[in-house]
Design a protein around this ligand. Sequence first.
Ligand SMILES: Nc1ncnc2c1ncn2[C@@H]1O[C@H](COP(=O)(O)OP(=O)(O)OP(=O)(O)O)[C@@H](O)[C@H]1O
Ligand SMILES: [Mg+2]
Length: 390
Amino acid sequence: MTGVAKQSAHDQQTHISKLSLTNFRNYATLSIDIDPGAVIFSGDNGAGKTNLLEAISLLTPGRGLRRAPYADVAREGGDGGFAIHARLDGPDGPVEIGTGIAGGDAAGEGGRRVRINGAAARSAEDMLEWLRVVWLTPAMDALFTGPAADRRRFLDRQVLAIDPGHGQRALDYEKAMRGRNRLLAEGSRDGAWFDAIETQMAETGVAIAAARAELVRLLAAMIDRLPSAGPFPQADIGLSGALESEVGTTAAVDVEERFRRALAEGRDRDRAAGRTLDGPHRSDLVVRHRPKAMPAELCSTGEQKALLVGMVLSHARLTGEMSGMTPILLLDEIAAHLDAGRRAALFSILEELNCQAFMTGTDAALFSSLKGRAQFLTVDHGTVGPTKDA
Ligand SMILES: Nc1ncnc2c1ncn2[C@@H]1O[C@H](COP(=O)(O)OP(=O)(O)OP(=O)(O)O)[C@@H](O)[C@H]1O
Ligand SMILES: [Mg+2]
């Protein structure tokens, strides 16, 4: 009976059923069949576990969970190219997604190619129609204490859950700002040129701020659904940034006009500074540990990790509800940081979310409570096979 119920739940789940790699990091060729639900990759340091998660993270726009240049991703000793291929199963039936760069493609400077069901996609964003990928890696442990740029990137990636156009908008803003910074550096006084660029920055900048504010509002509602005395504490999240605080209370056209004027009036100041000082590229995500009523950056390492896990799980829930697709979760070295109670709590939230969740660890024993409920795979120097005794 449970088996039947479980099977039908998985029918509603978007999951990878087959993953194939060619010349990707330490994998010359690999092809593995994957079950829905939890998937555990265990193996020694350097075996290639994070590489597998990175490959899956490239099934979404951007540079993947390491933000690595494609030249680093292509296998050393290969032809300079790489390919990732995944077969997805879900409510809409099977879909084949392929991405990579061809050997000799100047290290992918032209961007990586994406094919969906054999046809070339217009852009990497087309993949968002078929799957959503959410990740948590050890590199993100410094999210609260590190530079604001990392939190903005984290925030903007989260916005994609509610608005797939956000990535392009951020690129458009950056491009306009680079144009303005160039004019500043050249000492240009071409008012018409500045006006045109600043109008574009105001339009895209306010749209960025509005999308971020909406994400924070929706994510906060999901965080409220975490158990208040649970192992993953609720976070109070907010935004610091002039535009972000105005968009909730002032009409967008007025915020746009104010920002446009501020840019025009700030030209001399920005010329002296050598860059644009005001705008959504300076905003920050502000996080507080609610039960402790303390800024996240002052919390202990373990507390920060638990806070982040709660935020990422809430984001996964939001992604599922907004997109109608259960996201695929990549949780790198997740078990190492969590005690047995928190691990059990994590596993049961993952089952409740009904997500396919890839988890890695050097020791499969950390996942032993998932025996019979997860697929256990051992990674060994660019090969992957079933884990013995799992
Ligand atoms: N372009 C490349 N070509 C060949 N090998 C590579 C390339 N890039 C990275 N590697 C190798 O891939 C190996 C596996 O890396 P990965 O980060 O996946 O290990 P891991 O299993 O996650 O290890 P850990 O437990 O230490 O996190 C490393 O030994 C690294 O040297
Ligand atoms: Mg690793």
